[in-house]
Design a protein around this ligand. Structure first.
Ligand SMILES: [Zn+2]
Ligand SMILES: [Zn+2]
Length: 151
């Protein structure tokens, strides 16, 4: 699997919020859940789990959107691009929407989740598919396998 060349810069549709990543993703994902369908206005969302200390906002101030719940979904307050998510209780990584990067061509989803809610035609090249989410104890193995696939 290809990896981004680092550091990699990105921004929202209008450019008022910009970001930089300086660490490789721990895992790449596509999520077919109906919540992601709503927020992405599409069939599924894309996530690259970036270690939190390798992720920074370099311009602007993203705002909270979505359900305003325990998992924080960050948007540009002007163009409303859904930029990244800080998942509840998992503060060591940030789920970046990889299409915010100026060059997202390296991205392919390694894992897909919530296929039980997917649109009938929606397919991804993910190697691992889950009807809902992987069990919590499966993540270490997935992260290790993803890292090996990048080596
Ligand atoms: Zn914007
Ligand atoms: Zn989802």
């Amino acid at each position: 699997m290809p990896i981004p060349s680092l550091p990699a810069e990105g921004g929202c549709r209008c450019g008022r919020v910009r970001l930089r990543i300086s660490a490789k993703p721990l895992l790449t994902m596509a999520c077919h859940c109906t919540g992601c369908q709503k927020m992405s206005s599409s069939a599924y969302s894309l996530s690259a789990a970036i270690p939190a200390d390798g992720f920074e906002i370099t311009k602007g101030e993203p705002v909270i959107g979505g359900l305003h719940g325990a998992s924080k979904h960050y948007f540009c307050g002007y163009c409303m691009s859904w930029m990244f998510t800080r998942p509840e209780g998992l503060d060591w990584f940030v789920n970046l929407r990889p299409t915010m990067l100026y060059d997202p061509a390296w991205f392919t989803p390694f894992v897909e989740t919530w296929t039980s809610e997917k649109l009938p035609w929606a397919e991804t090249p993910a190697l691992h598919s889950y009807a809902a989410l992987p069990a919590f104890e499966e993540y270490d193995g997935l992260v290790a396998e993803y890292a090996k696939s990048q080596a």
